[in-house]
Design a protein around this ligand. Structure first.
Ligand code: NI
Length: 167
């Protein structure tokens, strides 16, 4: 396993549209394991392959307190959306920023698991929000996109300051 480098907003690579996984093989399972390790280390509750510079439709999430309930979704697709919730979100690619975003409160999602078997799940609350946030990454979207122009500009300035400090 390995801890992968997480791209930071506004890195243009976060805007790529991720490609579907053609075959769930050992390489993909290695990617899932590395992504989980990276997410737990950060620590975060979700990570999309796009965030670690792998433009494939792969996400991992774990909203459990004990960090022992990982969910891997390959080629995830939202089949149904219901209700709406305003929830505070953050993102490992936008460190230190937390803002309210409106999402569907419950969704039905279809994906492949780490063995390549298809499954469907109906989820709500935090898990629903988390999966929607991660699938957005696969479509080149970041939660900052939902905020006002003014907030977006402020966040870009903050991120630039952070990057200068890291260089
Ligand atoms: Ni994110």
């Amino acid at each position: 396993m390995a801890i992968l480098k997480i791209l930071h907003f506004p890195d243009p690579r976060l805007r790529l549209i991720a490609e579907p996984v053609k075959q769930v093989d050992n390489k993909i399972r290695q990617l899932l394991d590395d992504m989980l390790e990276t997410m737990y280390d950060a620590p975060g509750v979700g990570l999309a392959a796009s965030q670690v510079n792998v433009p494939l439709r792969v996400i991992v999430v774990d909203i459990s307190q004990q960090k022992n309930d990982p969910l891997c979704l390959i080629n995830p697709k939202i089949l149904l959306r219901g209700g709406s919730d305003l929830v505070e979100e953050g993102c490992l690619s936008v460190p230190g920023i937390y803002e309210m975003v409106e999402r569907a409160s419950n969704i039905k999602v279809r994906a492949l698991d780490r063995n390549g078997s298809p499954f469907e799940a109906e989820v709500d609350d935090l898990l629903s929000v988390c999966i929607q946030h991660e699938i957005d990454h696969l479509d080149g979207k970041v939660f900052v996109d939902y905020l006002s122009r003014l907030k977006q500009e402020r966040i870009i300035k903050k991120m630039e300051k952070l990057r200068r400090r890291e260089d």
